[in-house]
Design a protein around this ligand. Structure first.
Ligand code: ATP
Length: 237
């Protein structure tokens, strides 16, 4: 079986700063893959490079077998590779429904009502509040909206950048519960998290990134019991 996403020896830089070095990473259909690493390790840069926001300086990225590392972001989104960025990027003055519609802008007009209904079934609260400005939602609800907007783009692969960032423990639990539900529905997910333990508990496999390079790749369960990972990323517990 070939991977739905193949990152091969990808490097990226911000001017003189090398942010990714020779990164190799694969995601197979139906998997949840966690990408963990400390602040500044290169996690967001890797997602941005995959989604075409940053051009790799070297290497190759393939999605569904086709090279995408020279493609424009909108072409990549349309092909089913959807990035929910860190910080959510919600349009706070726009209504919740209009935020969702921006996510569905590449779907055919005919499909939009079905897509909206599907997303509202997963997130009933968003249906109830659909005419309210998105800025009236709590942080956790805005994160839900960001993920819901991603789903409107009909992802074949959903990349989530730090969905639990800045949220209270109970809300984090809800977000991970949602990711679990998406996983159970067969969604393929590449999950970037500082919250390494919870991410690895939900994931099938994990990659550890340090200083722009992949340090370790393994089954998530093996990483959860790896002494080095325990000490460095899981608080030694
Ligand atoms: P965090 O969890 O803090 O977001 P991260 O693992 O996602 O960390 P990146 O944001 O990918 O890390 O950053 C990787 C490296 O690239 C860091 O050294 C960072 O300072 C640098 N960097 C990130 N964005 C830029 C930018 N726009 N210009 C210059 N350097 C950048």
């Amino acid at each position: 079986m070939t991977a739905i996403l193949e990152v091969k020896a990808a490097s990226a830089a911000y001017g003189q700063i090398q942010a990714l070095r020779d990164v190799n990473l694969d995601v197979y259909e139906g998997e949840v893959v966690a990408l963990i690493g400390s602040n500044g390790a290169g996690k967001s840069t890797l997602l941005k490079t995959i989604s075409g926001i940053i051009r790799p300086t070297n290497g190759e990225i393939r999605f569904n077998g086709a090279p995408i590392h020279q493609e424009q972001t909108h072409v990549i989104v349309k092909s089913g590779l959807v990035h929910v960025p860190e910080g959510r990027a919600i349009l706070k003055r726009m209504t919740i429904e209009d935020n969702l519609l921006t996510g569905g802008m590449y779907a055919s007009k005919h499909d939009t009502p079905h897509l909206l209904a599907h997303v509202y079934d997963i997130f009933p609260l968003l249906r109830d509040r659909r005419q309210h400005p998105a800025g009236t939602l709590s942080g956790g609800q805005q994160q839900m909206l960001a993920i819901a907007r991603g789903l409107m783009a009909q992802p074949k692969l959903l990349m989530l950048d730090e969905p639990s960032l800045g949220l209270a423990p109970l809300v984090i639990k809800e977000i991970f519960g949602l990711i679990q539900t998406l996983k159970a529905s067969g969604m393929t997910i590449l999950l970037v998290e500082q919250n390494a333990r919870q991410a690895l508990r939900i994931a099938d496999r994990g990659y550890v990134i340090e200083n722009g390079g992949i340090k370790l790749a393994d089954r998530a369960n093996a990483l959860l019991h790896n002494d080095m990972i325990l000490q460095a990323y899981l608080g030694g517990a």
